[in-house]
Design a protein around this ligand. Structure first.
Ligand SMILES: [Zn+2]
Length: 264
């Protein structure tokens, strides 16, 4: 009888340790292949349930393992990266970015899923500039987190219709540099993936989003200006109304596109 109880206790103990181990693996990624948790989130197709994507996002913030500073070996292989009209998937070039495409979730001002994929698609030349900026941030212990990059022109119409304040969204008749894959909405995160403090949240359509807003802690102004300084150094332009938005200074060289995310 005692022997049976002991066996039962031992089994429960083993099951507990296996579950705990798996939980850690899910949270931190495997140490062997250096999986970037944010990369997993970003490559999830939205054909998966939206709730699954939303559920996965907090893993970016709670990681206890620093995100690897160098791209994993798989991104250094000579595997041909898919390119459509100059657009590529950023993580295929460099997977040390943190990707959190808000319009692929309900966590955006429309409260609706606009993109059918959470992949970060971008013009390849804009990506080259962004990689240089990210490399400089990494030396300082930060990295770039991307909220939005390429946005199909048809999605621009959806956002335009949904926006109550049109000064924050480009008129689809003209097209946005996001539609060219040559604009990015970004912030900075620390090496654990935690966002630095900025004067406003992303897509917060208030005066706090503006570059000249000063009625906030100095730390927030410093973070906003650090982001701006390095991005400008590597060929991006700021706009006065949104601290998170950066246009590739060569954006007008590229055409407005309406290529579906399913191509990547
Ligand atoms: Zn933007």
């Amino acid at each position: 009888m005692i022997k049976r109880r002991f066996c039962l206790f031992l089994s429960i103990l083993i099951i507990f340790f296996i579950s705990y181990d798996n939980a850690l693996l899910i949270e931190n990624g495997s140490a062997n292949d250096n999986i970037n948790v944010a990369a997993i989130t970003s490559t999830m197709s939205v054909s998966a349930k939206p709730s699954a994507i939303l559920a996965a996002i907090p893993t970016i913030a709670i990681s206890k393992t620093p995100i690897p500073n160098t791209p994993t070996p798989s991104t250094k292989t000579k595997e041909k990266i898919k390119e459509v009209k100059g657009l590529v998937e950023l993580l295929k070039l460099d997977n040390t970015f943190v990707i959190d495409i808000k319009y692929a979730t309900k966590d955006n001002f429309t409260k609706k899923i606009i993109y059918p994929s959470a992949k970060c698609i971008i013009n390849k030349n804009t990506a080259a500039k962004l990689i240089k900026a990210n490399n400089e941030f990494k030396k300082m212990g930060y990295r770039i987190k991307i909220y939005d990059a390429y946005r199909p022109h048809s999605a621009q119409k959806v956002l335009w219709d949904a926006a109550s304040d049109k000064s924050f969204v480009a008129d689809p008749k003209k097209g946005s540099n996001h539609n060219r894959g040559a604009a990015v909405d970004v912030t900075l995160v620390d090496k654990y993936g935690k966002e630095v403090r900025m004067p406003s949240g992303y897509d917060e359509f208030t005066k706090r989003a503006k570059l000249d807003y000063k009625d906030c802690p100095k730390e927030q102004i410093n973070n906003r200006e650090l982001l701006g300084r390095v991005m400008v150094k590597y060929g991006f332009k700021r706009i006065r109304s949104e601290w998170w938005h950066f246009d590739d200074s060569d954006a007008k060289k590229y055409q407005v596109l309406d290529i579906s995310f399913s191509n990547f």
